[in-house]
Ligand binder design. Structure first.
Ligand code: NAD
Length: 266
């Protein structure tokens, strides 16, 4: 048995890799033998994280990447392949919730506005990061994965990509798009031995959900909706990423991995 080395010799790019679920996925991939390129726009946090990983014996570098920037994606993939000679795994984890970035405590039941009060700016920002970012990452990483003989693309959708709620329709729409884009990728690139799957987290404690979970009323509604009776932690989702990144899931593509404590079992 080879415990702790489920990704030996694999090279991974993980977006949103400085915080929350992305940061934990960087740690987990590195702990299982992958070389990880963590990419994000939070440079200080990203640099701290890769120091921590490298000091613990893993292999990771951090690079600034705005996932909405096609030229920056090309540069990142080219650099990754020129340093490590291949690319096997892409974790499209970067995302935005639709909350005002300055919000400390969410005062409404859902993080985002109703459809009628959603501005085009908010709509476009959510779609840009959550959908265009996944499309660009996929598009730019596929040639390198094909050259490597195949690969695994893991796209973080959400339970919001499976069901609707009272607000934040732009976020729901973006995560629904990620779900179906993953299936289109799976079909178009099965012949390249590139697998693509979506993960659908429920309510996970991260900086993204802090404003919501800091409001007792919101936290109670979310907890009451979660049969397992706790919020997720980033490691719950990172373990799903690990499975989909590893060869253990070599027959899994176009699938949806729901990790939500039972929320959508209702
Ligand atoms: N936390 C949850 O309950 C939950 C539930 C379902 C889905 N998700 C999804 O999980 C993913 C990770 O979220 P999280 O909860 O860890 O939140 P987080 O805020 O801790 O992490 C998101 C990361 O994405 C980065 N990011 C944002 N815009 C970017 C851009 N343009 N380019 C590069 N990086 C960018 C942020 O800097 C941040 O580091 C997101 O896609 C989110 O929508 C989270």
């Amino acid at each position: 048995m080879n415990i702790g080395k489920r990704l030996t010799d694999k090279v991974a790019i993980v977006t949103g890799g400085a915080s929350g679920i992305g940061a934990e996925t960087v740690r987990t991939f590195a702990a299982h033998g992958a070389i990880v390129v963590a990419a994000d726009v939070q440079n200080e946090l990203g640099a701290q994280l890769v120091n921590e990983v490298n000091e613990a014996g893993g292999k990771a570098i951090y690079r600034n990447l705005d996932v909405t920037d096609e030229a920056a994606w090309k540069e990142l993939v080219d650099e990754t392949v020129s340093i490590y000679e291949k690319l096997n795994i892409l974790g499209n984890i970067a995302g935005v919730s639709g909350r005002d970035p300055n919000m400390k405590i969410q005062t409404t039941v859902t993080p985002g506005p109703t459809i009628e009060s959603t501005s085009c700016d908010v709509w476009n920002r959510i779609m840009d990061v959550n959908v265009k970012g996944v499309y660009l990452g996929t598009k730019l990483c596929i040639p390198a994965m094909r050259a490597a003989g195949g690969g695994s693309i893991i796209n973080i959708s959400s339970i919001c990509g499976l069901v609707g709620s009272f607000g934040n329709a732009a976020y729901h729409a973006s995560k629904g798009a990620v779900r179906i884009f993953s299936k289109a990728t799976a079909i178009q690139h099965a012949g390249d031995k590139i697998r693509a799957n979506s993960i659908h987290p429920g309510f996970v404690d991260t900086p993204m959900t802090k404003p919501g979970h800091s409001n007792n009323e919101v936290a109670k509604i979310r907890m009451d909706a979660t049969p397992l009776g706790r919020f997720g932690v980033p490691a719950d989702i990172a373990m799903g990423c690990l499975y989909l990144a590893s060869d253990e899931s070599s027959y899994v593509t176009g699938s949806e991995l729901v990790i939500d404590g039972g929320v959508t079992a209702h």
